[in-house]
Design a protein around this ligand. Sequence first.
Ligand code: UD1
Ligand code: MG
Length: 519
Amino acid sequence: MPEPHLRTVVVLAAGEGKRMKSTLPKVLHPLLGRTLLGHVLSAAAPLAADRTVVVVGHGADQVRGHLTEIAPDSTPVLQAEQLGTGHAVRIALDAVPDGAGTVVVINGDVPLLRPETVGALVTAHEEAAAAATVLAAEVPDPTGLGRIVRDADGRLEQIVEERDADATQRAIREINAGIYAFDAVRLREALSKLSTDNDQGEEYLTDVFGLLRSAGEPVAVHMAVDHVETLGCNDRVELAALRRLLRDRVNEAWMRTGVSLLDPVTTWIDVTVALDRDAVIDQNTQLRGATVVGAGASIGPDVTLVDTIVGPDASVVRSHAVGAEVGAGASVGPYAYLRPAARLAAKAKVGTFVEVKNSEIGAGSKVPHLTYVGDATIGEQTNIGAASIFVNYDGVNKHRTVIGSHARTGADNMFVAPVEVGDGAYTAAGSVIVDDVPAGAMGVARARQRNIEGWVVKRRAGTPAAEAAQRAGDAKGAQRAGDAKGASEMSGAASDSEAMHGVAETVGGTSGAGDTATE
Ligand code: UD1
Ligand code: MG
């Protein structure tokens, strides 16, 4: 067994990326869950390098900040002036104390590079004991890229940049992908000999190949199986094209593991997302960040989930969730908004036009319609009436509402936190609950209704309403205009049929809470 090689990865990320026309450095642009730089670093991760050096320049502070988040073990090295890729690697190696082993250099803007490909490049390089090996690909359109120039025997002679190439060289479709493996000692030596005698007046890393070859050192070409992996990113049009290619790659991989994507073209899944078998993802769905979708869950259409965990067999329809948890068999939407720390236990329901933030909704509990639940704990098997607001904010501080299990709260309630509603308690429709409601009690907090009979006929005489009232039998009311009694038909006729009625006339009496809650 040969000694394992000491490996150093150098990522070149100092360039401005002028054509992106962005205040964000090019390598920090996001692409399905990682930055361009993040993709490159994760492709290099399986190399288990002894050290990783990232050359930073444009937007150095931003790039350094990003590195402390995603690759705290890497070493950023500043290239204050971008004098070329050769110059960048020279500076990177100056920061690395000892000389031996393999140096893997990767341009920071090749996000589709697969770990297997860079792994195969490095293995081939080390097995051949080459001085330098370049990853190359045959591409349909080589415009702007360095060409692989071979001699009559088909061996690499040099790499020529397009702007320095002659017509014959420009016709070559075999290009330099910007990913290389070098023997560290021979690389250092060659870098010290680079000239700036080229169209851009820069030190080209690619010239190392010609120099080594002239010195009789073995240089090699490793062909990429799929040229798509070598695509760079220079502007936002290319970035969008890379995003589509990565989307297709990610989607295909999930379908092969047993996830159904009903419309892969409108399904965007970050590379950081995890999906379980028999999940069904409907169209126009975006799954981002640390999102996890359990087995048999159904997501979409028109859903965005960011850092959200969805349990098995749950369903989320036309909704937006960030930092939420949806329990097994729970149901969300259509048109729900789950904000950070919204936690739905198994079989809970958050229905239509409902917003939930920093709240636990217990197993089997339901918040079906038009409601804001903020900073609350709701027990199990509880039903929250339609159009309720958990009033959590007094303008300075946030407070919690606690609702017990098997509670039934009426429609159009406000829970003015801090407040508690006990297990099995009811609240009347239209209540503003400012005091605790004990377990099993009916909380009523609203003005009693008063009907002024005959009012319309008297005060709105001649209107269609008055005529309708008369047709409905308000003759007495008409006769006794001015008198506030009569017309008993009016009361009760307008109760919410679907939403919870709340208490009937006799509060505290036996007639109780009217027919029912929403469901
Ligand atoms: C480079 C290669 C070209 C290859 C292409 C693949 C050279 C001379 N040419 O060209 O053969 O086909 O990549 O995409 O290397 N960078 C620095 N410091 C610098 C200059 C560049 O860190 O001083 C970084 C950039 O941020 C970028 C990478 O190096 O991530 C490549 O630089 P770029 O200017 O894009 O090189 P290309 O012209 O694309
Ligand atoms: Mg480039």
